[in-house]
Design a protein around this ligand. Sequence first.
Ligand SMILES: Cc1cc2nc3c(=O)[nH]c(=O)nc-3n(C[C@H](O)[C@H](O)[C@H](O)COP(=O)(O)OP(=O)(O)OC[C@H]3O[C@@H](n4cnc5c(N)ncnc54)[C@H](O)[C@@H]3O)c2cc1C
Length: 303
Amino acid sequence: MKRTEPLEMYQPTSLQEASRLVKKNGPGGRFLAGGTDLVIAMKEKGLVPKYVVDLKRIPGLTGVRENTDGSITIGALTTMREIEISPLLTRKYPFLAQSAAEVGSIQIRNRATLGGNMANATPSADVAPSLIALDATAKIVGANGERTVALEKFFRGPGQSVMTADEILTEITIPKAPSRLVGEYIKFSPREMMDLAYVGVAVAYTFGENERRCQGVRIVLGAVAPTPIRARKAEAVMEGQLLTETLAEKAGEIAAQESKPISDVRSSADYRRAMVGAMTKRALLNAAVGPAKSWVERRERRY
Ligand SMILES: Cc1cc2nc3c(=O)[nH]c(=O)nc-3n(C[C@H](O)[C@H](O)[C@H](O)COP(=O)(O)OP(=O)(O)OC[C@H]3O[C@@H](n4cnc5c(N)ncnc54)[C@H](O)[C@@H]3O)c2cc1C
């Protein structure tokens, strides 16, 4: 769609200035990060923001760092590509790096930011399930100060989060995890590349010291409810139990019952629910054998 009026664009150099600009100019503005969602919405979906506040000149919003307490903080303007290849994340949480690698194409990942993926709040956002499985929190800064929200509680519905219009997501923090933590993210989209998830499943758990007992189990489903959701009943079935194929299958069946998919042009609700079952089972078993070594192996281990 062609704009009829010029677009007011601001490039603040501090968070305070950015939130002040939104307060001053009022509703109808948008923050801009990588632009891979916003520009498409403006060009193809008829979105006409009153003004745009570009966040890219604000220092301190990019990068992955390990804190002294062992937690890891990822700046909101860190790109998917940076997450995908981060030495720290690929070593500590390979399934999180893998979920970033699932986003679009390399061109998209070079622009798409973590903050944009969360703030856009699409139920199929690829990185959300892995981060929720890691008990991540979001730091949000606005004109009235800052607050921290569990990422699990961040999403409100399609395109909606707990943030108000003047608030900026500044970083995501993953608390220190036990050394024996394992995880997996599986995305189902028939075209494999450049397609949104029809279903996404992330799992994380730790093995007991001397046996394959699962503890701290997290099973998080994407694209099968208005927001990413934890399959808590399926988690409870796994908790404290020895990992077996039968148990993983049972957890999958329960996760499928917990999902609330819709039918749309891409897939029926029944098909999505069946995929949740198969993918949850596969993710729970894959996690135990460690991260896939290559794209080919990853593809073969999918469902
Ligand atoms: C061809 C294509 C393929 C794609 N494939 C996938 C895919 O496979 N998986 C997937 O998950 N996504 C996919 N996407 C969606 C998109 O790339 C991601 O959601 C991306 O991470 C958005 O980040 P961004 O920096 O581009 O956000 P932007 O477009 O800059 O912003 C998106 C929204 O978030 C707001 N926002 C951005 N940053 C902040 C912040 N720090 N604080 C507050 N609000 C903020 C903006 O105001 C805007 O409303 C695809 C997009 C395209 C165009």
